[in-house]
Design a binder for this molecule. Structure first.
Ligand code: SF4
Ligand code: SF4
Length: 436
């Protein structure tokens, strides 16, 4: 599960349910901006006047505006914007985000809330980050975006749905001869897609007003989900990922989305957090195969299959291997059972379409890939980041959990002398499970 994809394990585990939420009284679709108004220029202002006609604001597209008051390359010039102009710009930014494929965009303060640091410090102190030592090294920066960008005043968070048109997850998970790949990783690498779109969004902003800004999606030590929650992009579910509740149609509710953010020095009006709608549900805690959700809103990454198959570089602890089943890259179980995903939309992004039949490939066929084939078939995919050795390690575990068969045995025997000690060790474990 990612959530920047939402999700990498590095974004999880330190949600703070104790946050005092302020109810967002407006349904998301009714909040200003999404799919709605456009800005009008009048006598050089970002907006001069909002026309109301049949109760609909008609504002001309800001993207067509060049603000005559801004000298080129003078980012401080936006200090001249008044509150109404900033509000109009926020509306236009949401409209541009919608045009670029984001399902929602919210704006929050960049300053730190006390719970953010406390939650992360507790999580790190308990060792829940596993081998992700960079989490410790960058802890301060995660909590303080100002250390990444001294002039930052707002964090703009945006989400983009990714659920692809793929083989039904339950069917793949129920067939031990098949490989389950987390649904976010079946298409093009989300880092590339989301970052490129955010970059385009930033370009549209800078065509209107000069700003200092930086774009991120799981590419820098930023508490992405925390900042996204703070500005009302969704709430953090008991599985620690962000969930959205959008009225439809069309609805973009659920958690199958990536998030990314723009750190910006523009004092745009901020959005309020939304209430948590988990209620008494505990479906994700019950469904987690490894018990990684140790309590509501607390994830121990060391037990999370997403962490074990992607982030963890070494040997997978033996007691956890049987629990991994056929999940060879990530895990979606806590999201698959979440009631908020029942009516989640399918992504229309071609970039997230399934590549190379990875939605329901056999373990044996994937285990046969040599490194060159792995690199060629995973080019442009997030999967490539784990490398061929971890790929084989993960599939060996899945083959150890697969139904006993001559085909599985033969595939494992063919790798028993692999050059990698890590792969050999997992293959030998799997051979034992296959009764060899
Ligand atoms: S179900 Fe458990 S193991 Fe799977 S991604 Fe969620 S927390 Fe991790
Ligand atoms: S499964 Fe239930 S408890 Fe878990 S995140 Fe979804 S609504 Fe919340």
């Amino acid at each position: 599960m990612p959530q920047s994809s939402q999700n990498p394990a590095n974004q999880r585990g330190f949600a703070a349910p104790q946050v005092a939420f302020q109810p967002d009284v407006q349904p998301r679709r009714e909040q200003p901006g999404f799919g709605q108004p456009r800005a009008q220029r009048e006598r050089g202002g970002l907006i001069g006047k909002l026309h109301t006609c049949c109760e609909v604001f008609i504002i001309l597209a800001m993207s067509e505006i060049e603000h005559p008051g801004f000298p080129a390359n003078d980012a401080s010039a936006h200090a001249n914007l008044n509150a109404a102009e900033l509000a109009a710009l926020a509306i236009a930014i949401r409209q541009w985000a919608s045009e670029l494929g984001f399902s929602a965009l919210t704006i929050g303060e960049a300053g730190v809330l006390p719970h953010m640091g406390e939650g992360l410090r507790r999580w790190l102190a308990a060792g829940c980050h596993g081998d992700m030592d960079y989490m410790v090294r960058h802890a301060s920066v995660r909590i303080h975006p100002v250390e990444l960008m001294p002039s930052v005043s707002r964090v703009i968070s945006a989400r983009m749905p990714y659920w692809p048109d793929a083989a039904p997850a339950a069917g793949v998970l129920g067939n031990g001869a098949l490989a389950y790949v987390s649904r976010y990783a079946l298409g093009r690498d989300y880092h590339k897609v989301v970052r490129a779109r955010l970059q385009k969004l930033l370009e549209r902003i800078t065509r209107t007003v000069p700003v200092n800004a930086r774009v991120f999606t799981d590419s820098a030590p930023v508490l992405e989900a925390e900042f996204a929650q703070r500005s009302g992009l969704g709430w953090r579910g008991k599985h620690t990922l962000l969930i959205a509740r959008d009225p439809g149609p069309p609805s973009s509710s659920g958690s199958w989305f990536f998030i990314g953010e723009i750190l910006i020095d523009l004092p745009l009006p901020v959005d309020a957090p939304v209430p948590n709608h988990c209620g008494r549900c505990t479906a994700c805690l019950t469904a987690c195969p490894t018990g990684a959700i140790i309590a509501p809103y607390q994830l121990d990454a060391r037990r999370c299959i997403s962490y074990l198959t992607i982030e963890h570089p070494g040997s997978i602890p033996e007691p956890l291997r049987p629990l991994i089943g056929n999940r060879i890259y990530g895990c979606d179980d806590c999201q698959l059972v979440c009631p908020w995903n029942r009516h989640a939309p399918q992504s229309v992004e071609k970039d997230f379409a399934v590549r190379n039949g990875l939605d329901c490939a056999s373990l044996v066929s994937l285990f046969a890939w040599d490194e060159a084939e792995f690199l060629q078939r995973t080019a442009g995919s997030a999967i490539r980041r784990i490398g061929h050795e971890r790929w084989l390690r993960n599939i060996a575990v899945a083959l150890g959990n697969a139904p006993k068969s001559p085909e599985h045995l033969a595939a494992l025997r063919a790798r028993a002398g692999d050059a990698s000690a890590l792969v050999r060790e997992h293959v030998h474990w799997a051979l034992g499970r296959q009764g060899a």
